[in-house]
Design a protein around this ligand. Structure first.
Ligand code: BGC
Length: 347
């Protein structure tokens, strides 16, 4: 195992951005930027012995800051959508940044993903990134100290471990927004990938992608990924939930959630034979099929077209602050938030 640090570019104010590369003995490497603690590349050989980078992303700091659909970044303090862009804690109302259609708070305004983090190499296989979000930034109460550690194992697994503490009671719900293409970022769309998700239920949304409060059975629908399903098979099905969101963009409720690390997903690239198992300690995962990608230029100046990457954003359910029946993500002042998600690659 080895960790290398390379210069990546400069922030608009001149601060330097670095890329950390963690490599193992199987010729795999995980690349993470200090900008957004962004998981920007994962390199692995495919079944034909060709090296593939299975993550969508950009080549420059400017692109990450100006063109991003959150490619690979850490999102928080509350990922996904909060309806009405406000929360109530202890009888007090907190208006939040309404960065989607002027009515929804999406990904907390993106602050964590577009800021510079500090990095320390903590071991020959691990790098810890840290960031402090100010009390009240984007409306969220409490100064929040956030730490995210990336570790690569000899089993080709990338462990992402999160820790956070807030100085005031607040909601905490972090994720990583990597877009995967297991055939390689430059090898077409993800519609022929197969995907398995261990989820009997998914979270129903309204026409603005805000949860209605109900979780509905996947049984007999295009949402049934309990055995391997080709992503593109029913992505344009007439199911009203797919019509609202323009393809898969829903929270799946992970079966058997108990706060322990649990395998809940397996995906495979049809051309490359590269497989990815995903584990998490969290109760939900946003399966987003990259429906809103619009051909923006990414790595190697190649356009990231619609559905050329998919995300498995592990999380507490979206809009949990307005749905007390969902597993709670309200943390007391000083109480430690922890979670872990693992992306494990194989052939
Ligand atoms: C959301 C999508 C959104 C994407 C990029 C995902 O978490 O579910 O609707 O387009 O993030 O913001």
């Amino acid at each position: 195992m080895a960790v290398e640090r390379v210069y990546f570019g400069n922030m608009p104010d001149g601060r330097e951005v670095y890329k950390y590369i963690i490599s193992n003995q199987n010729n795999c490497s995980a690349h993470i930027l200090t900008l957004g603690a962004t998981f920007c590349s994962f390199n692995i050989e495919d079944k034909n012995g060709q090296m593939q980078d299975v993550l969508l992303g950009f080549d420059t700091v400017e692109d990450y800051l100006e063109r991003s659909d959150y490619q690979g970044v850490i999102v928080g303090p509350v990922c996904n959508r909060i309806g009405g862009a406000e929360i109530e804690i202890g009888g007090e109302n907190y208006p939040l940044t309404a960065n989607e259609k002027g009515i929804t708070c999406l990904h907390s305004g993106g602050e964590l993903g577009f800021s510079l983090w500090k990095a320390i190499v903590t071991d020959s296989d691990s790098v810890e990134f840290s960031y402090i979000a100010a009390d009240g930034s984007h409306g969220f109460p409490g100064e929040k100290e956030v730490k995210v550690t990336y570790k690569l194992t000899e089993e080709n697994a990338v462990h992402i471990s999160y820790e956070a503490v807030s100085s005031k009671d607040t909601y905490l719900n972090f994720t990583n927004h990597a877009y995967f293409n297991l055939n390689g970022f430059n090898n077409g769309d993800i519609l022929s990938h197969s995907l398995t998700l261990d989820a009997d239920l998914f979270t129903e949304v309204d026409e603005n992608s805000i949860p209605t409060g109900k979780n509905i059975p996947v049984d007999g629908t295009a949402f049934d990924f309990r055995s391997p399903r080709i992503i593109g098979k029913d992505i344009d099905d007439e199911h009203i939930q797919l019509q609202y969101t323009g393809g898969y963009d829903h929270n799946f409720c992970i079966n058997g959630y108990d706060g322990k690390l649990r395998k809940f997903a397996c995906a495979e690239g049809d051309k490359s034979g590269i497989k990815m198992n995903v584990y998490t300690t969290l109760p939900g995962v946003q399966f987003y099929a990259g429906n809103f990608l619009k051909g923006i230029k990414g790595k190697n100046s190649l356009p990231m077209e619609k559905r050329t990457g998919f995300c498995l954003e592990t999380q507490y359910y979206p809009d949990t602050p307005h749905n007390p029946q969902f597993p709670s993500c309200l943390y007391k002042a000083g109480e430690k938030y922890t979670s872990e998600t693992v992306y494990e690659f194989s052939l």
